[in-house]
Ligand binder design. Structure first.
Ligand code: GAL
Length: 425
């Protein structure tokens, strides 16, 4: 008996020393650089996470390094120079899918996080379809903080009412309302700088091709130079005629395009739901009253998804602090601090139900659709094509805008697919 008690006491002592030892040894310190494009009014959600991390690990000096520019268009050039130059940040923002696996993982620049996933129980916490997009040849390479929805039609209900326009269910209804709005001096659909036009293109492509056809483009089953794709460009041209593409588009950030809708200069904007974050968190509008949303004509029942993730680059200066950062990102608490401000829903399957009141009516509707709609991956936001393809696709759009030729655009897209090793090539 005595022996047993002595054994238990010494085991307990071991556990206490052990836990204390691990904590003391593992408590990260030093500098931690988090690199993203969430600058300015894109920043509040990231800042909430960083504040949380700062409270958990007061010995870490956090550096919030950003490169301004929606969708990471400027950020990616800086990241490339740093990664190729052997100067990686501790952790950086990267979209799930090809932007991660077909860009940085194939280049052997990311650490495999399988053991972290096992320790944290993340194989059960994230949807399998999402995990698949973070996996390459058996390894898993980043931690998702959210799910955003792309291709949503945003509008201001009171403005539509004033103009006598309803949210169009079909492209023909859209073209009809386009005429009404143009006659009233209103831009029917506002676009901004180049990447927002690619975002519109992928939405039109989904509308014309349907989800199976859209997927077939990226898997290589539907040629970019097929009659179906020529039809996508034809329709895209008709949609563009309802926009400001030949006016001020190139100079507008996505926030300024959203502002044009809010100000009543434009009726609709097709954008991801970071626009909901902007309208709720920054502009203080109430979802459903101050702003409304709908599915782009012909895309009903589909959900174009993308996910912001962070990983651990090979050679990250502060590995321990980065692993603690990733643990926070993938936790229920971390995801619930971030997403309500960001306009996205958690990537974890259990986070909304842990605290549903955090999520406004827009986010509740996105969460419901995420679990019931047919999912397709976003092109512009890294899911279905690698970084090189997305970068070069801007030129394909330019060729179309300048020539007005659907055939020329379809043929140019085929060439870019080959060059980038995208579209199943
Ligand atoms: C997306 C990103 C979003 C948001 C948006 C606008 O690519 O996933 O989180 O930042 O760009 O910049």
């Amino acid at each position: 008996m005595k022996l047993r008690i002595a054994l238990i006491v010494s085991l307990l002592a071991l556990v206490v020393v052990g836990v204390g030892g691990v904590t003391a040894q593992d408590a990260p310190s030093g500098r931690l650089e988090i690199f993203s494009w969430w600058a300015g009014d894109e920043g509040p959600a990231l800042e909430a996470l960083m504040t949380m991390y700062g409270e958990m690990y007061p010995d870490v000096e956090m550096v919030n390094a950003t490169v301004t520019g929606g969708a990471g268009v400027n950020f990616r050039a800086v990241l490339k120079t740093r990664m190729l130059g052997g100067n990686p940040p501790d952790s950086f923002q990267v979209h799930a899918g090809q932007e991660l696996t077909g860009t940085w993982v194939v280049a052997n620049r990311m650490e495999d996080l399988t053991s972290l996933y096992e320790e944290e129980g993340w194989f059960d916490a994230f949807p399998q379809g999402l995990i698949d997009q973070l996996t390459f040849e058996g390894g898993i390479y980043s931690v998702p903080v959210n799910i955003h929805r792309a291709g949503v039609m945003w509008y201001i209900p009171a403005n539509l009412e004033e103009w006598g326009v309803e949210v169009p269910a079909t492209l023909d209804e859209f073209y009809a309302s386009c005429e009404t709005l143009q006659a009233a001096g209103v831009t029917p659909l506002v676009v901004g700088e180049a990447w927002t036009v690619i975002h519109l293109w992928e939405t039109v492509a989904l509308s014309v091709l349907g989800a199976d056809g859209y997927d077939a483009v990226w898997s290589g089953e539907l040629s970019p130079n097929s009659p179906e794709m020529v039809a996508v460009w034809d329709e895209f041209g008709k949609v563009l005629e309802c926009t400001n593409i030949s006016e001020d588009a190139a100079g507008l950030s996505w926030q300024q395009a959203t502002d044009a809708v809010v100000a009543g200069d434009a009726a609709f904007n097709v954008m991801g739901d970071w626009a909901a974050g902007y309208m709720s968190t920054t502009l203080g509008l109430t979802p459903g009253e101050g702003y409304g949303w709908g599915e782009f004509p012909g895309t009903q029942g589909t959900f174009t998804w993308l996910s912001d993730t962070f990983g651990l680059p090979v050679g990250a200066p502060n590995r321990e602090a980065t692993l603690a950062w990733l643990r926070l990102l993938g936790s229920v608490e971390g995801e619930n601090a971030f997403n309500p401000l960001k306009g996205s829903i958690p990537a974890r399957i259990d986070a909304v139900e842990a605290d549903p009141d955090l999520y406004n009516t827009y986010l509740q509707s996105a969460a419901a659709d995420w679990s019931s709609d047919r999912l397709v991956g976003s092109l512009m936001h890294g899911v279905v094509a690698n970084e090189r393809f997305v970068g070069d696709f801007t030129q394909v759009i330019d060729i179309y805008v300048q020539s007005g030729s659907s055939e020329a655009a379809a043929s140019a897209m085929e060439a870019v697919c080959f060059q980038a090793g995208a579209c199943g090539t």
